[in-house]
Design a protein around this ligand. Structure first.
Ligand SMILES: Cc1cc2nc3c(=O)[nH]c(=O)nc-3n(C[C@H](O)[C@H](O)[C@H](O)COP(=O)(O)OP(=O)(O)OC[C@H]3O[C@@H](n4cnc5c(N)ncnc54)[C@H](O)[C@@H]3O)c2cc1C
Length: 404
């Protein structure tokens, strides 16, 4: 059942999971399957969680890790695979067959919102305890356990969860991160000098694969999500005002940056547009006493390279397996350090790849024109190695599909 009731407002469980995004709900499913009682709590309801549409590119590693725990059926059933992408320049284009270079490993294309909702359904079907519209407001670590206080948003009361452990899967803007004393962790942060306009539209994909455009005015991208929805990105100044971007201007800019003779950009209703600033953030270690941090709560990565969702799910799998071992073997808190030891090297490698791809694909945003000329040449040099150096191309392909 996942919990016991102490009184009307106090529940007792082994693991309290804050956040029902990809990290939290993956972890909840894994613990449930292994008979470890847990409660997942999220500040939003199911529809609101679904509406936070974001990613859609899953690495082979992510899918095989989900598969290991019986959580990948709907990806295989409803998603499809990508093994190539296109780098498009104003006068020519290069199709990069990364699947071949990565020994047959591919990306799976399946919207994050669908995957998340499938995992919520699976958790509920297995009688998992899910508290929606319950917002974490306090985490108190004490001798022998942890007390998490949630605000029940419908009934205007507090619910208290007493647990052995708490998993902070509540994203970058959640509660968990802020309950860790500053001197207990190292924080690494970097603001990159680029902004992205991120767009989702009801428009059928205009190509089967992802297109990255390298236009003199800036980067642009086209990404299929499913048969009816496509995602697009446009490089914009760091602090761009969204109000400057009407739908007409977006389509005109996409047509210009993604232009290729004979190619037609399918257009449709834009249902989501936002300006993202390119940031990186890592918190080390990923455990503070009884709190284990996973996904965006522990690290933010630029969307370049499509790593965020993948890291979140992969973190959750390792946290889950570590907690299972903790209960089976030791119940010694220091055993939980294993999670951080395993995940941090992967997280840093993904950070390095994402940053390097970011600089490779963007027109420099430096204020000094001489720097711009120089940095643009470096980016061109790097891109040219994708065609000229098999060693570089293979390394890029393997990192891109996530064989880290
Ligand atoms: C526009 C965009 C495009 C992206 N594209 C890609 C891509 O192509 N590929 C990729 O891999 N990644 C991509 N990402 C990143 C990816 O979406 C995130 O890394 C991923 O959602 C992280 O999952 P998570 O479970 O850690 O956090 P989240 O998805 O943020 O989930 C956290 C959950 O915690 C809940 N919560 C927050 N605070 C509280 C609280 N106090 N109490 C209770 N619940 C709380 C939230 O409601 C939410 O449901 C993209 C991100 C954006 C913004």
């Amino acid at each position: 059942m996942g919990y016991t009731m102490k009184n009307n407002n106090t529940l007792k469980t082994s693991v309290c999971i804050l956040g029902s995004g990809p990290a939290g709900i993956t972890l909840g499913n894994i613990l449930l399957q292994h008979g470890i009682d847990c409660i997942v709590a999220d500040r939003y309801d199911r529809k609101e969680i679904y509406a936070r549409a974001r990613a859609g590119v899953l690495e082979s590693t992510t899918v095989s890790q989900l598969d290991k725990h019986g959580l990948a059926e709907t990806i295989y059933r409803n998603g499809y695979t990508h093994d190539s992408c296109e780098f498009r320049y104003p006068n020519h284009s290069v199709v990069f067959q990364y699947g071949k270079l990565a020994d047959g490993d591919v990306h799976y294309i399946y919207p994050q919102s669908d995957l998340n909702d499938d995992l919520i359904q699976k958790y509920l079907d297995n009688r998992g305890k899910l508290l929606l519209r319950h917002e974490g407001k306090d985490i108190e670590q004490r001798e022998g356990g942890v007390t998490v206080t949630l605000a029940d948003r419908d009934n205007n009361t507090d619910v208290v969860i007493e647990a052995d452990l708490v998993a902070g899967c509540d994203g970058y803007h959640g509660l968990s991160r802020n309950t860790i004393p500053e001197d207990a962790v190292d924080i690494y942060e970097k603001q990159h000098p680029y902004g992205w306009l991120a767009i989702l539209a009801y428009a059928p994909p205009s190509a089967h694969h992802v297109i990255y455009s390298l236009h003199p005015e800036g980067f642009g991208a086209h990404m299929p999500r499913n048969q009816k929805i496509s995602r697009y990105y446009l490089q914009v100044p760091l602090h761009e005002d969204l109000a400057e971007w009407t739908d007409e201007r977006i389509w005109a800019t996409l047509r210009k940056r993604l232009h290729k003779d004979g190619w037609i950009l399918n257009e449709g209703e834009i249902f989501d547009k936002r300006v993202l600033s390119m940031r990186s953030y890592v918190l080390e270690p990923l455990r503070h006493k009884r709190l284990l941090m996973a996904g965006d709560a522990a690290h933010i990565i630029t969307p370049c390279g499509g790593k965020g969702l993948n890291l979140a799910v992969q973190d959750a799998v390792v946290v889950g397996e570590t907690i299972i071992e903790y209960y089976r073997e030791s119940r010694d808190l220091s055993f939980l350090d294993r999670y951080s030891d395993i995940r941090l090297p992967f997280i840093w490698r993904a950070q390095e790849f994402s940053r390097s791809m970011l600089h490779m694909l963007h027109r420099s945003a430096d204020s000094d024109p001489e720097n711009v000329r120089f940095l643009n040449k470096l980016s061109e040099s790097k891109l040219s190695q994708l065609s000229s150096s098999r060693t570089f191309a293979r390394d890029f392909a393997r990192n891109y599909v996530g064989i880290l």
